[in-house]
Write a protein that binds this ligand. Sequence first.
Ligand code: F0G
Length: 358
Amino acid sequence: MQGRVHTPTWPGVIEAYRAFLPVTPQTPIVTLLEGNTPLVESVRLGPRLGLRLFFKLESANPTGSFKDRGMTVAVSKALEARCRAVVCASTGNTAASAAAYAARAGLLCLIILPAEGVAQGKLVQVFAHGARLVAVEGGFDAALAVTREVSERLGLALVNSLNPHRLEGQKTAAFEICDALGSAPDLLALPVGNAGNITAYWRGFVEYHAGGRITSRPRMLGVQAAGAAPLVDGRPVERPQTVASAIRIGNPASWQGAVTAVRESNGRFTKVSDEAILAAQKQLAAEEGLLVEPASAAGLAGLQQMAAAQPFNGETAVCILTGHGLKDPESLLRAGALPAPVTPTFDAVRRVIEPMVG
Ligand code: F0G
């Protein structure tokens, strides 16, 4: 009998949703076959909240975060425009994605990072893909400001989410959710930092609704870390602080888009403590089998906070798990350390195991 030959059929988000995206037959497509990420139903945490809850594993994208959806479009367009290099500021994931897609395209990639607070795994990705790196003092907001100036004055393609092509690509995640469920969920929860992603999701739902593919749109729940919650507090935060380094942002670039998404969807912004974020991260790993970086657990922490105030009633919710846990090993190391080794004999191992398995 012949073995089964696996033929990959998913073509990446541009080919899958070409009609919705700003590409032409002339656009050279730079893709790592991003998208088509799993929508995994919660077995424990959702039912406990009174929700039919799904997790969208954006961590399953080629560079481990949702950024790849926008980067395939932004880098394809940069290549089409014959840019000589791409540039971005980042808390890490945008940098990792830009570095990978630029490598794929054969373009030079320049990354401007805040000196403190970029998780190790993301730095490793930037180095490995051969991007050029500048570290600047201060946080992400200052890095983004100088990056905008560099892009304008030196004529380099900016691939932060200020680049409209990024959000166009990212909206495809909303399409995938609707395609998988056959309808829009009642509620969509996601972490909010620079606010591009919530803006992009809402655009996706609005377009699918206008095109008759869904008959309702979800309420958008935008979750920020308590120490970096400008959209909840209604004003920029000078020195944002949170363990969730990906969303340590005090003055989001897509502020208006996020406010519109929440207002038009009858949703809300909320903020959660670092403790709640880390507890949700741990629960996802230990009770659902899903390892995410701290920022990615914020959506779940937000849903848990809402449920504590007012129980849900069987609604369908989707929680976006934006980035992989392996990107930020420091945040997870407190979970355990390698125990002292024992002799590799049955008796020695049994002595260790017995108290564990009871
Ligand atoms: N989750 C993760 C894992 C992120 O990396 C980011 C943003 C967000 C959520 C928030 O998305 O900014 O669209 O509201 N990371 C950016 C970066 C800022 O530079 O990688 P947002």
